[in-house]
Design a protein around this ligand. Sequence first.
Ligand code: ADP
Ligand code: MG
Length: 153
Amino acid sequence: SNTFSQHLADEAQTVAMGARLCKYIKDGAVLFLHGDLGAGKTTLSRGIVQGMGHKGKVKSPTYTLVEPYELNEVSIYHFDLYRLGDPEELEYMGIRDYFSPEAICIVEWPEKGRGFIPNPDLNVEMAYDGQHRNITVSATSERGQQIIKQLGQ
Ligand code: ADP
Ligand code: MG
């Protein structure tokens, strides 16, 4: 199957999902995170970044567009494009340099940068389910398919 879905009962389960995902993306991946405000995109990102060994805080880079984490195992670049006005700003900040094959790039609100950021390996949909959340991860590349395969095992 090309997709993986799971119910996430509380914030801790969203963080744990991120930590689980991080095991399969150590060689690099581009993740687009979709979902309404408050759906859990940043919480999932925190699970990935801290799961990869970062000890400090993880806050969404709403005003700076990108937060870099240069960790022992891997470089993670966490983007939040919610407040991006003109997608050409992404050209000025040299966005393409972040997207090396061995980096993990996590992008909240990727639709705001359409045409200026590379295609993802995984599309992640965070959705409200009452007081809880559901996650659906879909592969959009060969690399993404390998990740989904391992997630499902
Ligand atoms: P986004 O980045 O999508 O705007 P955030 O991660 O910043 O969302 O905020 C999500 C909010 O929902 C936080 O208050 C967090 O505690 C809560 N939350 C995260 N995951 C769950 C879950 N599985 N069930 C219930 N609440 C959750
Ligand atoms: Mg967010």
